[in-house]
Design a protein around this ligand. Structure first.
Ligand code: THU
Length: 161
């Protein structure tokens, strides 16, 4: 028997002013787009903004449904839009923000398990990492160099013929 360790490093910033102008601008877009989330059931409004290698930004918001399992997270809305509109242009960075629970959000959230799986599939397909910039409307900001780092020992297409 021997042991393996799975883990990753990420950067923690105190505020928007510490980010590069590109990352700051993307997080501002993710924060802004939370306003157009359709989340009447949870009242938890999530925004994702994907910066493509060609400089274009594609956004997504969570879209809920009276049939709760039919709802979809902001990250997957953004990923589906990117893959439909620009199937061959890699995402460089995705910023994710949110607001909810009646008070301005003050810490980062990270993607749910299903979104981690979909982000991992996207990285595999496109052959490049997706950097994540995670932040609330205020407070600390995390930068994760590759979304798939959030899903160690992932099940991937490598297992399928
Ligand atoms: N949600 C997202 O859009 N992204 C996440 O990373 C976590 C959760 C949404 C799903 C649902 O509409 C609401 O937030 C509450 O779970």
């Amino acid at each position: 028997m021997h042991k393996h360790t799975a883990g990753f490093e990420y950067e923690v910033y105190e505020s928007l002013s510490q980010l590069s102008p590109e990352d700051a601008s993307l997080l501002v877009k993710a924060r802004a787009v939370t306003e157009s989330a359709y989340a009447p059931y949870s009242t938890f409004y999530v925004g994702a903004a994907a910066l493509l290698e060609n400089g274009e930004v594609v956004t997504g918001t969570n879209q809920e449904n009276a049939s709760f399992p039919a709802g979809i997270c902001a990250e997957r809305v953004a990923l589906a839009a990117v893959s439909s509109l620009h199937p061959d242009i890699p995402i460089k960075t995705m910023a994710i923000s949110y607001n909810g629970n009646g008070i301005p959000s003050d810490h980062p959230i990270s993607p749910c398990g299903v979104c981690r799986q979909v982000l991992t599939e996207y990285e595999g397909r496109i052959g490049a990492p997706v950097r994540l910039v995670l932040g609330g409307l205020k407070g600390e900001i995390y930068i994760i160099p590759s979304a798939s780092a959030l899903l160690p020992l992932a099940f991937t297409s490598d297992e399928l013929p």
